[in-house]
Design a protein around this ligand. Structure first.
Ligand SMILES: O=C(O)CCC(=O)N[C@@H](CCC(=O)O)C(=O)O
Ligand SMILES: [Zn+2]
Length: 348
């Protein structure tokens, strides 16, 4: 497997050729400086023989049709394998849902990004590719973050950027979701990193979720985010020039180059707190606004956003913005997030 990878330098092609999983992990040392290990299908770790203090997870393809982040990560992997760049820190690349990536679909049976923090094993007897994969990804992240590498002493800095693209267009092309912090302040340094990477809009989650980024943030104290890099396009149809800043920041982060970031200035950013998560209650759920209404469009108090059976979903604050409306989710799942703009978040 590794031999094929070292010839092609194409981890995406290798993953799509073996979406079912690998019999056993394989590893080798690259150029006398970096251990490379394929742990399973879509799970690849680069570990310098003398690693720096950061443990970095870069995941993409948790939704199989969100192709731009997959292409971005595959490009970084190619440059590492070619030794065009050399990582200073431990980095784990994850292609989240190889079966859905192969099919070019968001999911196979179930939304993988609702199955973390053990959700994959709730519900008796339920099994499908996503439940299996969520468990495998949790094991991989647990092993990666729990390792005690030689080299830099503690404390280690754990980072997880879970890269996505959104179904519809948005007022702000790139935005991040900051998982619920249980009252802890937000990291100004991370907001600066995101800003420098072209992500100038951040949503602060109001409650625990079963997403991948919350799993790493809550379980491992990682600086973890779901990052939306634009709108979904089929593989090969992404304008990769739109990701130059993100590519540069990720390259600088893993190679240990000093990060060029603007000073912390919340006025430069579009910041929102999640005011409500609307859960679909009936099969008759429908939005009142059109499919081309962009994420972050805001509505005034009293406007009916959706109808769910006999119940109206009405704007409760003086203004609420909407993000991720999706009427096609199963009953019991989030169908919309409502947002309220904030000026000065509590940062450290
Ligand atoms: O555009 C959409 O409707 C969905 C885009 C997407 O996959 N978003 C993530 C956000 C996860 C989070 O809340 O942290 C998702 O829905 O899983
Ligand atoms: Zn997604």
């Amino acid at each position: 497997m590794l031999k094929t990878l070292m010839t092609s330098k194409d981890f995406l092609a290798l993953t799509l050729a073996h979406p079912d999983g690998l019999a056993k992990p394989e590893s080798m040392v690259l150029g006398d400086h970096t251990r490379v290990e394929i742990q399973d299908t879509g799970i690849l770790v680069f570990e310098p023989l003398n690693p720096g203090n950061k443990d970095i997870v870069l995941s993409s393809g948790v939704h199989g049709n969100e192709t731009a982040p997959i292409e971005l990560c595959n490009g970084l992997i190619k440059r590492l394998l070619n030794q065009e760049i050399r990582t200073s820190h431990r980095v784990m690349f994850l292609f989240g849902n190889p079966h859905a990536m192969f099919n070019g679909t968001r999911i196979v049976d179930e939304n993988l990004n609702r199955l973390f923090s053990g959700e994959h094993s709730r519900g008796e007897g339920l099994t499908n590719p996503e439940r299996h994969r969520a468990k495998r990804l949790e094991q991989a992240v647990d092993g990666f973050f729990s390792a005690e590498p030689s080299g830099e002493p503690e404390p280690r800095h754990r980072i997880h950027y879970d890269l996505h693209t959104a179904i519809r267009g948005a007022k702000y092309e790139k935005f991040a979701i900051y998982p619920y912090r249980h009252g802890r302040p937000y990291s100004a340094e991370q907001l600066r990193f995101l800003d420098a990477a072209g992500v100038n809009c951040v949503l602060f989650h109001h409650e625990p979720t079963t997403t991948f980024s919350y799993f790493s943030a809550n379980g491992y104290g990682a600086d973890a985010f779901t990052i939306e890099l634009g709108k979904v396009f089929p593989m090969g149809q992404n304008d990769m020039t739109r990701f130059i800043a993100m590519d540069q920041m990720l390259t600088d982060l893993i190679t240990g180059k000093p990060l060029e970031m603007p000073a912390y200035n919340p006025k430069r950013l579009h910041l929102y707190r999640v005011s409500r998560s609307i859960v679909k209650e009936t099969e008759d759920f429908e939005f009142t606004f059109a499919n081309d209404v962009e994420n972050f469009t805001s509505f005034s108090k009293g406007v009916v956003l959706a109808r769910d059976g006999g119940q109206d979903v009405v704007v409760e604050e003086s203004r609420e913005a909407i993000v991720f409306p999706n009427a096609k989710v199963p009953i019991g799942q989030r169908t919309l997030l409502c947002l309220v703009q904030v000026d000065e978040p509590d940062v450290m």
